[in-house]
Structure formats: structure tokens, C-alpha cells
Design a protein around this ligand. Structure first.
Ligand code: GTP
Ligand code: MG
Length: 566
């Protein structure tokens, strides 16, 4: 990473950022045409650095931009400003400064004075901009220097509906749906800001911690409004980890006393209890805190009202991050993987095969593995390699070990993958989507398990209805919660979907042609919900499109069963 910074290639990398979750990442520079792909670690490092020099400021309205920009420019130079609104209609500006030093200079000018004696000020990257009490300064210059990027206008559902209706082909529709609904730059920035906020607030209690997003916020399959999975862990990278383990006992003779946990609950449960309390008391924006402590990996759920994101926080679950890295890498290998997965996820939500609340049904994670597995099949030339192949190519620099000695080693730098080892297939997205449905309508779920490690179906080790091998812990089934009825529904719905796509081949364009007939939701009242729902001016309004089905109740039991699978 430091090499990249020194050689000034960061600009190239930053340019790709804007498209990071919408396209396969190509990283080409004149002197090194062989370097096509950015690594996950490079992206994470850049996003984290960006968050360290950014602030989120609540303002009165979009028109506060000029005043805020002028005010901050007195203290520091600004790289970028983005505007968004949360569900409550409140306005925010996400400001990225030129450097962390710049940000510190701005923070020196901040006041934490509160009128309310019950409220103790908290220093965090979420602030508000007080209305000017005296004569307003004029900041006409600002707008010319830097235009605000309005995150809230990035998706307009009515336009999207028309665009999908008017596409020339189903492939175009799939690509369009993906491009318009993929988690955008401001969505990613905000998620890293929420992680940064926890690092700032918790750092006085925990030495050298790191809070990292994982799951769909970073794995390349995230959509506007997706939840934010967060893990709090020690800030030790692999190299540090090795030197920490081998040297600390020998070289450093003074060692901090540790606080051992007492009481009936496990240490991780006690920590999560504390984090829950801190979220309630010390983290601005965090609300509706819910502790789920009896799972194998205890979590605290909360809603970040300022960033408008629902969060799940856990501790030391680094395998979740490596899993995200694996999914990210497979998604980056071929430009069709993410749009295809996006279409399948939208379809599954629309027919209520998946649901945001875990229970006896599928969730997006195993569903994504179903798509990746399909793309590894040999029928018309595999598009993706098996995980075993990526493991066989791994070098020393790829070694990663997660909690409980879980080996998460696989090839990280995709530039090292021989080009003839994948993607001999030039099917378009429409064909792939149809083949996906066809493949699973014929899949022998009763005998076979899905393993992206092997890239081929293997014998099921038990009689659970659906068996999807956990790629990083192969003795586990990530869909063990799925009931027989839900598995049967999956088989039925893939057949229906294949039939629908086949019926579109005659070229006749009705109002539910192609992808529209797959992603529209049927509500409990039998009414069709088209794409045109919700407030089109909100940043995350398109998530309404994929809202939970009214028929299914959230269940804590379901949440537990999900977490036990880790
Ligand atoms: P959405 O939140 O639905 O958009 O997708 P997601 O990929 O973020 O899924 P989810 O929030 O349910 O889970 C977050 C991450 O946790 C996933 O991406 C996986 O890396 C991991 N994960 C989820 N379910 C399981 C599971 O059953 N077993 C294991 N080992 N990891 C899981
Ligand atoms: Mg998630």
C-alpha cells in the first residue's frame, strides 16, 4: 500500500473507487499492464484513510453548503463534499478534508458545549452546524470552487422503472438494475464513517482496536440501504500478529496487566454487554440498541439514525472479514458476477425466498454462494475458479488465520491467477440468469451439497434439506436453518422464474417483461408493488424496493439460529 502511495498511483485507484461496487475492478497503469486487479486490502486501506480525514455534519438544508464550506475552509482545505438526507428528512454533509491533520485543525474549533446538563459531549466524527447568531459571513466563492455531490439524488425510482421497461434486452435490464441500485460511493463512505466513529469512541477503553465493516457493505454485493456488519478486533495485521506472538514475550519485559472477566457470562458476552451500554450512552446517532448475547457469536444490533444505517456489531469475528474478502475477489474476477447476483438477490427477495430477518428461510449470504457455485460449473465453460484452486495458488503473503485457528488462506492478488484458468464463457447476463434458474430447477438438493471449495456438487453429509458448505469452515452448513418447505419453495420458484424468462423470448414487451416480472413484489393483499415506491429524494429510498415481505414476522429465535452458524 505504501508503495502505491509513494508512486502516486493513488489517483488511479481513487478514480476506480467511484465504480468499485458497480464494475469489475481494473487497475492498469502504463508501466505495468499485467496489474489488472486491486486487492481487497488496498481498497479497505484507502476507505479507512478517507474516513479518518472525513466528518459528517448535520445542517439545516442543502443551501447550508456554501456557509459550511466557507466556514470549514477557514481551518482546512477540503477534498470533497457529499450531501444526503436520512429517513427523518434531516440534511447532512459528508466532508472529506485533504489530510488527517486538516481534520484535526477543524476539530480544534469545535465546541462540545451543551445546554442540557444531562448530556455529556462526545468527540466523534458526527457533528452539527450551529446557525450563525450574528451577521452571516458571505461565502460566494465556495460554490465555484467545489460543487456538492448530492447522494440523495443518485437513484430515482420512477426513472429506473422507465429505464428498465425501455431496455433493449434482459441483459441490459440486469446491468441497469445493478448499476442503479448498487451501494454507491456515499453509501460506502458513510459505512466507513460509522466504523470510524466506534473506533474513536471506544479507543479510550480498548488499546489498539480496529472496527471494520464486513458483509455486503464491502463484499461488492451490497445494495443501497443494506445493513452494516461491523467487527471490533485487535488492530493486528498478519505480520504484526506473527511478530506479536513470537516477540512480545521475549523482547518486551513490561507487559500490561489484563482485565480478566468475572461472573457467569462468557468474556465475549460481557464485552458485548458493555458495548451495548456504550452505544446507548456514548455513541451519537446510535439508537434502538438490541443485545443478542446467547448466540455463538454474540452481537449488538443498533440503528444509526444520522447515517441511516442498521448495524450489527460483533467482536473478534475476523473470519467474517475474510469471507467478505473471498466474496469480493470472486465478484471482481468477472464483470458479470455482481450484476447477476444482484438480479438473483432481487428476485429472491421479491418472491420472499429471502428475508432480512433470519429464520427458517434463505438469507443473502448462502444465496450468493449458490450463484458463485453455479458460475463454477463446467457445462458451458466455468466463469469462476473453485476456491480450492485459489488456495493452491496462495503464497506466504496470503496466509491468514482467523479466530479459533481457522485457516482463511487463499490467493489474494488476482493478478497472479493464470488467465486461462477461468472465464472461457461468453454467455450474456440474460443467458446466465436463465441457466441459473434452470440449473437449480434440476439440482438434486436431496442428495447433493453445494461447495464453492470444490466447484462441484458433493455428497450431503446429513439429511438437512439444503446444504451449502461454509467455504472457510467446511464442516459447517451455512444454510442449516433452511426448512424443507423453504427448500421446496426454492425449487418451485426457480422453475417459475425460468418459465417467465423463457416466455420473454418472443420479444413481446409487457409491463412486467424480463427482469420486471422477477423483481416486483406481491404484497399480502395480493397487490403488486412496482418499483415506484417511497420517497424518491432519499439516498436509500430504493431499499424500499426490496423491503421485507409483510407476511413474515421477524424472530429473535431466527437471529439466534443465524448467529449459531458462525
Ligand atoms: P445482506 O446484509 O443481506 O445484504 O448480506 P450480507 O452478505 O451482509 O449477509 P449478512 O448480513 O447476513 O451476513 C454478513 C456476513 O456474515 C456475510 O457476508 C458472511 O460473510 C457472514 N455470514 C453470514 N451468515 C453466515 C453463516 O451462516 N456462517 C458464516 N460463517 N458466516 C456467515
Ligand atoms: Mg449484512
Amino acid at each position: 500500500m505504501s508503495v502505491l502511495l509513494q508512486t502516486g498511483k493513488v489517483y488511479l485507484l481513487r478514480k476506480q473507487f467511484n465504480n468499485i461496487f458497480s464494475k469489475c475492478i481494473f487497475y492498469r497503469k502504463k508501466s505495468d499492464v499485467s496489474r489488472k486487479f486491486v486487492t481487497f486490502d488496498e481498497i479497505v486501506a484507502l476507505r479507512r484513510a478517507e474516513a479518518r480525514r472525513s466528518l459528517v455534519v448535520q445542517v439545516n438544508s442543502e443551501s447550508s453548503f456554501n456557509e459550511l464550506h466557507g466556514y470549514c475552509s477557514k481551518y482546512a482545505s477540503i477534498n470533497d463534499i457529499h450531501h444526503y438526507r436520512n429517513s427523518g428528512g434531516e440534511h447532512f454533509m459528508l466532508i472529506e478534508f485533504n489530510s488527517e491533520e486538516n481534520l484535526k485543525d477543524v476539530l480544534k474549533s469545535c465546541s462540545s458545549h451543551q445546554k442540557d446538563v444531562d448530556v455529556m459531549g462526545v468527540q466523534s466524527p458526527f457533528l452539527w452546524f450551529r446557525a450563525s447568531s450574528g451577521v452571516r459571513e458571505k461565502y460566494e466563492q465556495s460554490i465555484k470552487q467545489l460543487a456538492v455531490k448530492d447522494g440523495s439524488k443518485s437513484v430515482n425510482e420512477e426513472v429506473l422503472y422507465e429505464e428498465l421497461l425501455n431496455c433493449d434486452s434482459v441483459s441490459d435490464q440486469i446491468q441497469m438494475l445493478y448499476d442503479r441500485t448498487v451501494l454507491n460511493d456515499i453509501g460506502v463512505r458513510l459505512r466507513y464513517m460509522v466504523a470510524r466513529q466506534l473506533e474513536v469512541v471506544f479507543s479510550s477503553l480498548y488499546a489498539n482496536i480496529r472496527v471494520q465493516p464486513f458483509g455486503s457493505s464491502v463484499n461488492g454485493f451490497g445494495r443501497m440501504g443494506c445493513d452494516l456488519d461491523l467487527v471490533l478486533s485487535n488492530n493486528l495485521d498478519e505480520h504484526n500478529l506473527i511478530s506479536f506472538v513470537t516477540q512480545s514475550s521475549q523482547k518486551h519485559r513490561l507487559v500490561y496487566q489484563e482485565k480478566k472477566s468475572e461472573g457467569a457470562r462468557s468474556p465475549s458476552q460481557r464485552h458485548m454487554e458493555l458495548l451495548g451500554a456504550l452505544l446507548e450512552l456514548r455513541v451519537p446517532g446510535a439508537g434502538r440498541v438490541q443485545r443478542i448475547l446467547n448466540a455463538r457469536v454474540p452481537i449488538v444490533k443498533y440503528s444509526h439514525e444520522l447515517a441511516d444505517v442498521d448495524c450489527d456489531l460483533c467482536c473478534n469475528n475476523t473470519s467474517g472479514v475474510y469471507m467478505s474478502e473471498l466474496l469480493w475477489a470472486l465478484g471482481a474476477l468477472d464483470a458479470r458476477v455482481r450484476p447477476l447476483t444482484g438480479a438473483v438477490r432481487s428476485w429472491a427477495r421479491a418472491v420472499a425466498l429471502t428475508n432480512a430477518h433470519p429464520g427458517r428461510w434463505l438469507t443473502n449470504f448462502p444465496l450468493t454462494l449458490l450463484v458463485l457455485f453455479f458460475l463454477q460449473q463446467k457445462q458451458s465453460g466455468p466463469i469462476l475458479p473453485s476456491l480450492n484452486y485459489l488456495i493452491s495458488l496462495a503464497g506466504k503473503e496470503d496466509i491468514r488465520v482467523a479466530e479459533e485457528n481457522l485457516n482463511c488462506t487463499f490467493l489474494r492478488d488476482l493478478n497472479k491467477l493464470p488467465t486461462d484458468s477461468y472465464s472461457q464463457n461468453d454467455d450474456d447476463l440474460q443467458t446466465l440468469l436463465f441457466k441459473f434458474f434452470e440449473f437449480y430447477s434440476q439440482f438434486e438438493f436431496q442428495d447433493k451439497a453445494i461447495s464453492i471449495n470444490e466447484g462441484r456438487a458433493i455428497r450431503k453429509p446429513n439429511s438437512l434439506p439444503l446444504y451449502v458448505v461454509n467455504p472457510l469452515e467446511q464442516s459447517l452448513n451455512v444454510s442449516r436453518n433452511v426448512s424443507y418447505e423453504e427448500c421446496e419453495r426454492l425449487r418451485l420458484e426457480v422453475r417459475n422464474a425460468a418459465w417467465h424468462l423463457e416466455s420473454c423470448l418472443d420479444g413481446h414487451k409487457s409491463d412486467d417483461w424480463g427482469i420486471l416480472g422477477l423483481v416486483e413484489q406481491k404484497s399480502s393483499r395480493g397487490l403488486k408493488k412496482l418499483l415506484r415506491v417511497g420517497n424518491s429524494h432519499r439516498l436509500v429510498s430504493v431499499k424500499d424496493l426490496f423491503k421485507d415481505n409483510d407476511d413474515v414476522e421477524p424472530s429473535t429465535e431466527g437471529i439466534r439460529s443465524k448467529m449459531e452458524k458462525f
